[in-house]
Design a protein around this ligand. Structure first.
Ligand code: ASP
Ligand code: MG
Length: 406
């Protein structure tokens, strides 16, 4: 007998028929003798609808009331899933974040989970009851409902799996696993049977939308066995595991891209101490996340150019902010580019293999794709290119690293 957390995303609970499908899957695990905690998202599109209503009423909405509104989608689906289980004769009860309680910090709109008291749920599981828990929501220190940021029910599921010491956390979604590249772009992409936490973390934060980045971080820290699988098909998905559980290590496991990037160049920045701190300090104060950064040496010893990337949604805010600090920072001109994309190759095998960057640059050169910015970590190489070449670059690299399906 195992203890399982089964998480179902928005498309898996969109409508009565699909909710019945969820209940059938849960019943199968219960019949096999397992203890089951179900975590659900809101129905597909529902959270977007609620966010949009907040914007219509108040563009600069109060974050506490935003959470009150957008947490509502999950309240509907937990109740419906519990009802569907009852219809199949499975004892079940729904739980909202505050009832568990899933305690978070007070950052409304993107709260972090601090602590989950699992005692009550464990008692119920032992008594043979399925617990259906609302994803995405928690209880803040102010005693009010908080939400965990978009896609946050993945994190709810992993946090519950860690708190309840579950044997596995299955993330049911509308794709059947994690692929070597986005199958909509690369027809030769292959589903991975296994991937390491670290690779999954890179892929999630680099733009692959399968799992919320925080959920992977948490799974890695608590060593929660994660599986990504389809709620519509009966086949195993992709297991996210420790590196030593992977026998055949690929040099590159996946190619990914982030389309919504923007590049800013500050021209003729004074070459003196404190300048980078002034630029990136102001951006950090304004909560603008900076990703890739390059700075040249000043050949005249006086001024240099600094280039960096931000998400496209933050571009205008970043430009206005830097313009307002032009005198303080000291630069001649700002040059923005909103038509760029970041393409990355990821793989733990890179640690012990030289030449990954060379293969990558040669492959891109072969297609005449210009590289604007480069950044690397131990297990990834990323390049910034013109957005128009994104798909070509991803396909080219997928083939160059031998990932194309035979
Ligand atoms: N319903 C929330 C969202 O759409 C949480 C989730 O789906 O994970 O972001
Ligand atoms: Mg999701």
């Amino acid at each position: 007998m195992a203890r399982l957390v089964m998480k179902f995303g928005g498309t898996s609970v969109a409508g009565a028929e699909r909710i019945r499908n969820v209940a059938t899957r849960v019943k199968r695990e219960v019949d096999a003798g397992h203890e089951v905690v179900v975590v659900v998202s809101a129905m597909a599109g529902e959270t977007n609808r609620l966010v949009d209503l907040c914007r219509q009423i108040a563009p600069l909405h109060d974050a506490q009331e935003y959470d009150t509104v957008v947490a509502a989608g999950e309240q509907v689906t937990v109740g419906l899933v519990a009802l569907a289980l009852h219809e199949l004769g499975v004892p079940a009860r729904s739980w909202l974040g505050w009832q568990v309680a899933i305690r978070t910090d007070g950052v409304h709109g993107s709260a972090r989970i601090d602590d989950i008291d699992g005692a009550m749920l464990i008692e119920r599981l032992k008594a043979g009851q399925v617990a259906v828990v609302a994803g995405f929501q928690g209880l803040g220190p102010d005693g009010r409902v908080t939400t965990l940021g978009r896609g946050g029910s993945d994190t709810s599921a992993v946090a519950l799996a860690a708190a309840l010491k579950a044997d596995r956390c299955d993330i049911y979604t509308d794709v059947d696993g994690v692929y070597t590249a986005d199958p909509r772009i690369v027809t030769a992409a292959r589903k991975l049977d296994r991937i390491t936490y670290e690779e999954m973390l890179e892929l999630a934060s680099l733009g692959a939308k399968v799992l919320q980045t925080r959920s992977v971080e948490m799974a890695m820290n608590h060593r929660v066995r994660l599986q990504v699988l389809s709620s519509f098909e009966d086949k195993p998905g992709t297991l996210v595991v420790d590196e030593d559980e992977i026998v055949e290590k690929q040099i590159v496991s996946g190619v990914t891209y982030a389309p919504d990037e923007a590049k800013i160049t500050l021209l003729r920045v004074a070459d003196r101490p404190g300048v980078a701190a002034a630029i990136f300090g102001s951006l950090a104060d304004a909560n603008v996340n900076v990703d890739m950064i390059v700075q040249n040496t000043a050949d005249d010893g006086k001024a240099t150019d600094v280039t960096f990337t931000v998400s496209r949604a933050d571009l205008d805010r970043a430009l206005a902010l830097l313009e307002s600090k032009r005198a303080e920072i000291g630069f001649a001109r700002l040059s923005p580019d909103r038509n760029v994309a970041k393409v990355s190759v990821v793989g733990v095998g890179m640690r012990s293999h030289a030449g990954v960057a060379r293969t990558m640059f040669q492959a891109l050169a072969g297609k005449n794709i210009n590289i604007q910015v480069i950044s690397t970590s131990e297990i990834k190489v990323s390049v910034l290119i013109a957005a128009d070449y994104t798909e070509l670059a991803v396909r080219t690299l997928h083939a160059a690293f031998g990932l194309d399906a035979a």
